[in-house]
Design a protein around this ligand. Structure first.
Ligand SMILES: [Zn+2]
Ligand SMILES: [Zn+2]
Length: 452
């Protein structure tokens, strides 16, 4: 196997892993780096000869994996795109939303290259995509060479897939973003227990210690208690979330708490994409049972889109709960704007429920001491941090020990580290090297090609 990580900055960003197996040339994922705008957010696609890919496999629909797929397929029109059946339903919504955001940003940020693709390119993605069912292998032949590809449910978000590739009697497995614990709306990953030649793993939580005292249920209860306290005292809450997955999960937790009467009624606001995706989740739930989500909860909770009249730094008129993107409070997103409205009052709360890159506004807010000024530089607005800032361990990524355990027990020759910060990958590297007869660890440098 020949492997090149085309994510130029390394870490978690523009995921795109180029693989060569015999005559086959293919890409796993085609993401955009959420920390950057413009062409800087793209993987280093120039390293590949145009129209040379045979296929592209998408692990799931978060934009750090999907966001540049229209750009890639335009350059490789011959390639077939493989993804899970739920991802095929979700991808067009994510791409159209991303296109609308880029169109808006074209003038706001003076980026002449935006949008990076148009509706025709998104249509091309849809046309070239094959929605695979989990556990059903698909065979591809090319000039006498053949490869078998099977997708397995990866937990994380609906449609997320671990990818098993069989080539020439060798088996390779890519975990993608994975969660081995069931979530409120989604079952845990169901990965094969076979032996593999090489396992390519995500390492997102490599820098977080196992949290034995923080069961998922206890964290849900803790979050609900905080929300009830803030709203009971006349404040407002912001929960920054990814519109895909996290938002529907949090809404379900809130809905069930309301059913048990452990949470009173208050206005709930969500961002538009998350509300649109609720309909798709409902369809997937009814057709496949791969997720347990009912769109009626949005009506029962009377969820509304964010009021367009809300300006930065302005307090909401009534105590409200905002469940809005982005999860890392990236600039120019609803979460960034709402945070500017809530941050200066000690009555309010901002509650993080997923991973925050340390360089993003969310990551910076988490390390800013109370009482200090916080700068929203894209809004040119500064205010003291008086609101309650808290983190709840409701991640959709597996704990590092669980991923390590899964990978090592496949008796691989190689383990490849992807999708993690340097410290996170270092933890995996050290742990694996301390095992007797350890598999070889590869922590690939961006753009460099490795033979395994
Ligand atoms: Zn993801
Ligand atoms: Zn990811």
């Amino acid at each position: 196997m020949q492997l090149t990580d085309l994510n130029p900055q390394g870490g978690i960003g523009a995921n795109a892993l180029h693989i060569r197996l015999g005559r086959f040339s293919f890409m796993i994922d085609a993401g955009l780096n959420p920390k950057f705008t413009g062409v800087k957010a793209l993987p280093e696609y120039n390293k590949l000869e145009d129209n040379s890919l045979d296929f592209i496999i998408l692990s799931h629909c978060h934009l750090d994996h999907l966001g540049s797929l229209p750009v890639l397929i335009k350059r490789h029109p011959r390639a077939l795109i493989l993804m899970s059946y739920p991802s095929k339903l979700i991808a067009p919504f994510m791409l159209r939303n991303s296109y609308n955001v880029m169109r808006k940003q074209r003038n706001e940020l003076k980026l002449s290259e935006y949008p990076l693709y148009n509706h025709k390119d998104i249509k091309r993605v849809i046309k070239k995509s094959l929605g695979l069912h989990f556990g059903q292998p698909r065979r591809f032949n090319l000039n006498g060479d053949r490869v078998d590809i099977t997708l397995f449910p990866a937990g994380h978000i609906v449609g997320a897939a671990g990818i098993c590739i069989l080539y020439n009697k060798s088996k390779y497995f890519f975990t993608g973003d994975v969660h081995f614990t069931p979530q409120k709306t989604l079952p845990a990953a169901k990965f094969p227990k076979d032996d593999f030649d090489t396992v390519i793993i995500e390492t997102t939580r490599g820098n977080s210690e196992r949290t034995i005292d923080k069961s998922r249920y206890r964290e849900e209860v803790r979050l609900l208690k905080s929300i009830a306290e803030i709203l009971g005292n006349g404040g407002s809450c912001l929960i920054p979330v990814f519109a895909l997955g996290r938002m529907q999960e949090i809404l379900t937790i809130i809905y069930q708490a309301r059913q048990n009467r452990s949470l009173s009624e208050f206005p709930i606001y969500c961002s538009g994409l998350g509300m649109e995706l609720a309909n798709v989740f409902d369809e997937i739930s009814r057709n496949t049972g791969l997720i347990d989500f009912n769109r009626n909860i949005l009506n029962k909770l009377a969820v509304k889109p964010i009021p367009s009249t809300l300006n930065f730094g302005q307090s909401p008129k009534r105590p409200s709960l905002f469940i809005v993107s982005s999860g890392m409070m990236i600039e120019n997103t609803p979460a960034y704007l709402i945070a500017s409205c809530l941050l200066s009052s000690s009555k309010n709360g901002i509650y993080f429920v997923g991973y925050c890159d340390p360089d993003t506004p969310g990551g910076k807010l988490l390390t800013t001491p109370r009482g200090m000024n916080f700068l929203f530089d894209k809004l040119d607005f500064i205010c003291p941090l008086n609101a309650q800032i808290e983190k709840y361990d409701l991640s959709s990524h597996a704990e590092r020990e669980d991923i390590l355990h899964y990978a090592v027990n496949r008796n691989p020759r190689n383990i490849v580290l992807t999708h993690g910060e340097c410290e996170a990958k270092d933890w995996f590297e050290k742990k694996i090297n301390s095992i007797p007869n350890a598999p070889k660890v590869l922590n690939p440098n961006p753009i460099k090609t490795y033979k395994l």
